[in-house]
Design a protein around this ligand. Sequence first.
Ligand code: PEP
Ligand code: CO
Length: 448
Amino acid sequence: MPLTDWTIDSWKRYPAAQQAEYDDPEHLNRVLEQLRRLPPIVTSWEVEQLKRQIAQVGRGERFLLQGGDCSERFADCQAHIIDAKLKVLLMMSAVLVYGGGKQVVRVGRIAGQYAKPRSSNTETRDGVTLPSYRGDLVNRIEFTPEARRPDPDRLLEAYSRSSITLNFIRSLLSGGFGDIHHPEVWDLDFVSHAERPQEYLELVDNLRSSLRFLDAMVGRPVSELARVDFFTCHEGLHLPYESAVSELPPLRDRWYLLSTHFPWIGDRTRSLDGAHVEFFRGLANPMGVKVGPTMQPEELVALIERLNPDDEPGRLTLICRFGADKVARLLPPLIDAVQRSGRFVTWCCDPMHGNTYKTADGTKTRHFDEILSELDQSFEIHADAGTILGGVHFEMTGQKVTEVVGGARGLTEADLAAHYESDVDPRLNYEQALEMAFLIARRMAGRR
Ligand code: PEP
Ligand code: CO
């Protein structure tokens, strides 16, 4: 049902955290006007389709895999980088489908993940204070006044790069990229260092022969018959931008954010009386809310009621991120409160953001084992409560970066400097991401 007390601009009456401060409002307005006239990047039909699939995730009929960079960079809008990211997400999903026996909903943190919340509005180096870097959507990372000045033209640049990225992804998928039964696509060298190499190699072998079998039955590659679904998500942070790229499509009675399928509200902007919750409550999209350690049970229930007043299945995904050392204490009371409210939510675990720490030399990292531990505990807590952990949310890349320690190759803190690329949070690399999928598939199949 459309809300009668909401408009596309009503968020402007509420305090908005984490916003860029532009020194030329007229310039910003001109850019927003241009954005309003551009065609959408996704359609409301796709958005509704994803919402139905996320409702199935909430009921345990499908599994949700969300993953991608903490923050995309304009410079990374390159074929081989997008291709590698898509490839690892598809491989992970194939492992999860095969091992877990459920259809997987793939949602990339891609084609628009350009805005970042920051712990401080400014950054000071050697006595010089400048605005913080807020992601490529807003400014540049170099520490100069010119680079750090929020530039409205970057909104247009972000919109076109999002669109170029998704266009390329759609082409790859329609051209049979989903065709991962080619052995040369799977780089499994690392598996020999894992605990159960034989089991993983067999899983991939069986997966490939099933695909070959299907091809033979059908008489041509199955990838020619059906395209794998792929959806996008990003943090809905920059409200002038997100509202400018929202539409009331013809024949619909609600507004849709059409720069992505699935926006989420970050842990730092989910305040009940803030502008983000006001803006997102009026949209029809399926959406996520990050749920961190400070969330109180009654606050969570109020947030669910505010963001999903009609209790629409698939509408709301709670993306929990506490940390391996906190999840056992903090998650059960929240599950309990949601259960008692009788509301439909889809539960997802982000085992990345609660497990970040700094090494002695100040490098941000996370440990593979802690990521896995938060996941394991979350699966168990939900099983004990009789609820369903429907999905996982990772920061990951298809590149061979060294940002997260641990995993089959046993990356150490001393290895991090070799290929550390992220400007923000550390990501699982190709091997660590695939290994994580093997481990989750085992758990979905009831093995530990
Ligand atoms: C993120 O997902 O990159 C992020 C900033 O997360 P959170 O809002 O959970 O801190
Ligand atoms: Co992050």
